[in-house]
Design a protein around this ligand. Structure first.
Ligand SMILES: Cc1cc2nc3c(=O)[nH]c(=O)nc-3n(C[C@H](O)[C@H](O)[C@H](O)COP(=O)(O)O)c2cc1C
Length: 485
């Protein structure tokens, strides 16, 4: 079953024990953020705040709807993603990744409808007021109230039919101005905006908040250039996403969105943005002049529900969604396109998008370097600062095995390839302030495979590695007789 609007997904999560309705009044000023943050760190159900201080009854705020969960003390980072995809919530990670790949490769184009719930209220011109919605002050020390942290940003290439959906944070500056952060390696805001700016033209832009879950997931997925995320959203849902035209531009947005902000970016205009508690788990980027949007119109559903993400330490929704989409993209690239003998690729959510494990057979010398070079050139590898290539006897989804392989198969000097000039960004905590400012990043490969020029490789001292086959079978056959279950 597909959840074609936010309200259906809220009900779906609740029925699986993955969401609770908070009836008690909650303050948008830090209190809601602190609650969402704690649920991420404890793996607790997502909170849906039904009463927000200072806002009309019916205006809601929901946080962390694709965040990770803990079941019986064990992390299950992808339960809510599996629920969204109509899968068994306890599906193994690799199955969720393979299902994501399958659906992504069965794209379904959206349908255009003449109107939709997001048009129930229309605010134009002087009526526009971004403070009309309970935008939270999410973390202490944030530069302002962030209205857009879990949403779809729509922009269009001025030269082709490529329409980009992405997710880039938006901070309220005034009633009609939303400052935002779009990293330079992003598609719509970077590639398209440069074209509009160089031609001296305003770039139309729309923020759709509280869409169906597939549109939002597709927007924050690490898809290659040229792909319309709307088609991928349809593929993930198994049905087309209904789109409706904006009031003040030719952009189309999901018709079932809770709130739609229609705006423009004028060439070269900048305003102060940030800081913010970020996906790396730190508040890193400084307040700085960044592009901003001028809002021309807001449309919204009756009793709008604003979704929010409270990024920081894992397992929040940026760690989990990034994990599935990056793992899927790089599995496809390395295994299906480059035809390498890959067992699995895992962007571990514990590393908040930046830690990548590749398990593979090793067909020739220095193969790990080939793998790393391919990843570092891909869109899905933009945050792959740490790559570990392990042999296919190591399960990439079992970090205990990965850490052991790194500890004893990777030579502490020769097994490591450091890349000084990897593109970085203002959010990278390990860079100096100067390096953050200019995007002077770094990356590293840990080659945890045995060198090909060794005549002898160490025998693994494990049950399966060091005992004769017949003895293993005998021990397993007699296992219960020894008194074990
Ligand atoms: C909750 C969340 C917030 C995000 N915020 C930003 C942001 O503020 N700026 C940014 O450049 N990327 C942000 N991202 C990452 C992008 O959404 C992601 O890189 C996506 O692939 C960008 O799409 P694009 O490549 O089509 O531009 C965020 C992701 C998530 C899950």
């Amino acid at each position: 079953m597909a959840y074609m609007d936010l309200r259906e997904f809220i009900d779906g999560l609740e029925s699986h024990g993955e969401l609770i309705r908070v009836k008690k009044e909650v303050d948008w000023n830090l209190e809601a953020g602190a609650i969402v943050r704690r649920t991420h760190e404890e793996g607790l159900p997502a909170p849906y705040f039904e009463k927000i201080k200072g806002y009309p009854d019916g205006y809601g705020l929901v946080g962390g709807i694709l965040g990770g969960s803990k079941v019986n003390g064990k992390w299950m980072p992808f339960r809510r993603i599996a629920i969204a995809m109509g899968m068994d919530p306890d599906s193994p990670t690799q199955e969720i990744i393979e299902e994501y790949i399958r659906r992504k490769n069965t794209p379904i184009k959206p349908i255009v409808v003449s109107t939709g719930p997001c048009k129930e209220n229309i605010r134009l011109g002087k009526e526009v007021n971004l403070f009309e919605f309970p935008a939270p002050m999410i973390h202490d020390g944030d530069g302002g109230r962030f209205l857009a942290t879990w949403h779809v940003v729509v922009t269009k290439d001025p030269d082709t039919e490529w329409v980009n959906w992405g997710m880039y944070r938006g901070m309220i500056q005034t009633r009609t101005k939303l400052a935002w952060l779009a990293l330079p390696m992003q598609h719509g805001p970077a590639m398209y905006y440069q074209k509009y700016r160089d031609r001296g033209k305003s770039m139309p832009i729309a923020f759709a908040l509280g869409t169906d879950i597939y549109s939002t997931f597709a927007a924050c997925s690490y898809l290659p250039a040229g792909i319309n995320e709307s088609d991928v959203a349809g593929g993930l849902a198994g049905q087309p996403v209904p789109l409706v035209k904006c009031e003040t531009s030719d952009l189309y947005v999901p018709a079932n969105s809770e709130i739609v902000i229609e705006a423009e970016i004028r060439p070269g205009e900048l305003i102060e943005e940030g800081p913010f508690g970020e996906f790396t788990g730190y508040r890193t980027s400084e307040r700085a002049p960044r592009t901003f949007v001028r809002v021309n119109c807001i449309t919204y559903r009756n009793n709008p529900i604003l979704p929010m993400s409270c990024m920081g330490m894992p397992m929040d929704d940026s760690a989990t969604t990034g994990s599935i989409s990056i793992s899927a993209e790089l599995t496809e690239l390395l295994r299906d396109q480059m035809r390498h003998p890959i067992r699995g690729v895992y962007n571990a959510p514990e590393g908040s998008n930046a830690l990548l494990v590749v398990s593979t057979k090793v067909p020739h010398a220095n193969f790990a370097h080939k793998i790393a070079s391919a990843i570092w050139s891909a869109k899905a590898g933009i945050f792959a600062y740490w790559i570990m290539v392990v042999e296919d006897d190591v399960d990439p989804f079992d970090l205990n095995q990965v850490i052991h392989a790194m500890t004893f198969k990777c030579h502490p000097v020769r097994g490591i390839r450091q890349v000084e000039h990897y593109p970085g960004m203002p959010l990278d905590p390990f860079l100096s302030l100067y390096e953050r400012h200019y995007g002077l990043g770094a990356a590293v490969l840990f080659d945890c495979t045995w060198p090909k020029d060794w005549a002898y490789t160490p025998i693994e001292s494990s049950f399966h590695g060091i005992y004769p086959q017949e003895l293993q079978q005998k021990v397993l056959a007699n296992w219960k007789d020894y008194g074990y279950k």
